[in-house]
Design a protein around this ligand. Structure first.
Ligand code: UDP
Length: 407
């Protein structure tokens, strides 16, 4: 499998993966998150685990279970960590711990390296098997640059017990004296159904199935229906553009089992869109990877107009398909969009509308930026680079406290 990346991923990354995997052969690497389907974390894990196994790492992926009270609470904490003001009680925090405790009894937590993704399973650190040799890492995928302080304070009680904390963007890193902190950006898999090349027939089949005519330019945003993805702002941008340039808009999303707010936001978006035949709102099953790929490939311009964002994998996905992109200037989006080179970052619906029109009116510029975007993703945001980073920091953790010159 890893061989298939030769000629696609940078050679240096493949070489480092080979060398590091020789050092870590047969060691166990456990990942835990809160959903198997929906959202960027599940997307990455579903692709990374088979590849880790292929290079001789004994990788495992577990998912914690919870009821609606648990996921309503964790979604509230998610919103508050991204800056919303929410109300919390001690009882809620106790329940959060309690659900994790229950999960700890069901899950096999023994592994040489454990990577806990996001706040939902963070308290599992309290149930770490006693062994000095294992490495416990907490990986934050959300935008914690300006959290509601009391929520971060509560979460930090758990995070500071980890050996290592990993953030997607340096702006998110926190001061925790005893925790090693690293920045590791997420990544996309160029060989997955979500990103592989598609034939024209495959793309046409999807456009026909979803009833999307291809007679006018298509603007697309693919996202969970979440207010921080700003679907309403996207519709506003489209409405401005529509006064001058004929075009259509697709808002495509799917549910995630750890996101209970999706349906309410979807209803709001549908109502706001009104009866415009050129707005297509698609709610798809979470495993529609080829369909998302086809939607991205049939589009002329791809938006990720988030107002808060962890990383925004959809941006790299679009850039890999050589699409001109426009993204909100938040979270990991400006790491992917080099403004004016690989796309445009924007701060408002008006800004997004302006850039959409600029692309529509300058197809040559749009094409050039799309091509630049693909190369930028190749060098920075492919799955192999992320595996390289995880293996590097795992391997280097063995030398903690030692003089690196002696290695
Ligand atoms: N996604 C999908 N179907 C959808 C909506 C999203 O497959 O209807 C995928 C999308 O292609 C991307 C991931 O879910 O791979 C979303 O990751 P991102 O980092 O953009 O946002 P998150 O949902 O993690 O906040």
């Amino acid at each position: 499998m890893i061989k298939q990346y030769s000629g696609i991923s940078p050679n240096g990354d493949l070489l480092l993966i080979q060398k590091l995997s020789e050092k870590l052969q047969g060691k166990s690497f456990l990942h835990i998150n809160s959903t198997r389907e929906g959202g960027g974390v599940a997307e990455i894990l579903s692709r990374m685990i088979p590849l880790l196994l292929d290079i001789g790492i004994d990788a495992r992926w577990e998912v914690i279970e919870g009821d609606s009270d648990f996921f309503n609470f964790t979604k509230k904490t998610h919103n508050a960590l991204q800056g919303d003001k929410e109300k919390f009680t001690k009882k809620m925090w106790d329940y959060y711990y309690e659900v994790n405790k229950r999960n700890s009894k069901k899950l096999d937590l023994s592994a040489d390296a454990v990577l806990i993704h996001d706040p939902q399973p963070a308290p599992l650190i309290g149930f770490r098997p006693r062994s000095k040799k294992n490495l416990w890492m907490w990986r934050c995928h959300i935008d914690v640059s300006r959290p509601m302080e009391s929520v971060w304070t509560n979460l930090k009680k758990y995070v500071k017990q980890y050996d290592t904390a990993i953030f997607s963007v340096s702006k998110f890193a926190k001061s925790m004296p005893k925790v090693d902190e690293f920045i590791v950006t997420p990544s996309i898999d160029p060989l997955s159904d979500k990103n592989r090349e598609l034939t024209e027939d495959e793309i046409n089949e999807v456009s026909e199935r979803f009833g999307i005519p291809r007679d006018k330019p298509i603007i697309l945003q693919v996202s969970r229906f979440d207010k921080f993805k700003d679907p309403i702002g996207v519709i506003n941008a489209y409405k401005i553009v529509k006064k001058y340039n004929d075009c259509q808009l697709i808002l495509a999303g799917s549910p995630a089992s750890d996101d209970p707010e999706g349906e309410a936001i979807l209803d709001e978006v549908k109502e706001y869109a009104g009866a415009d035949d050129d707005i297509h709102i698609l709610m798809m099953p979470p495993d529609y990877h080829k369909e998302v790929n086809a939607l991205q490939r049939m589009s002329d311009i791809i938006l990720q107009k988030s107002i808060k964002e962890g990383f925004g994998l959809t941006v790299s996905e679009a850039m890999w398909k050589e699409k001109p992109v426009i993204g909100g200037a938040v979270g990991g989006i400006p790491l992917q969009i080099v403004h004016g080179v690989t796309g445009f970052v924007v701060y408002s619906s008006e800004g997004a509308a302006f850039r959409i029109r600029q692309y529509l009116n300058n197809p040559e510029m749009a094409r050039r930026m799309g091509q630049q975007g693909k190369e930028y993703v190749r060098n920075n945001f492919l799955l192999t680079r992320q595996i390289r980073d995880y293996l590097s920091l795992w391997y280097l953790s063995k030398f903690k406290g030692k003089n690196m010159i002696e290695l």
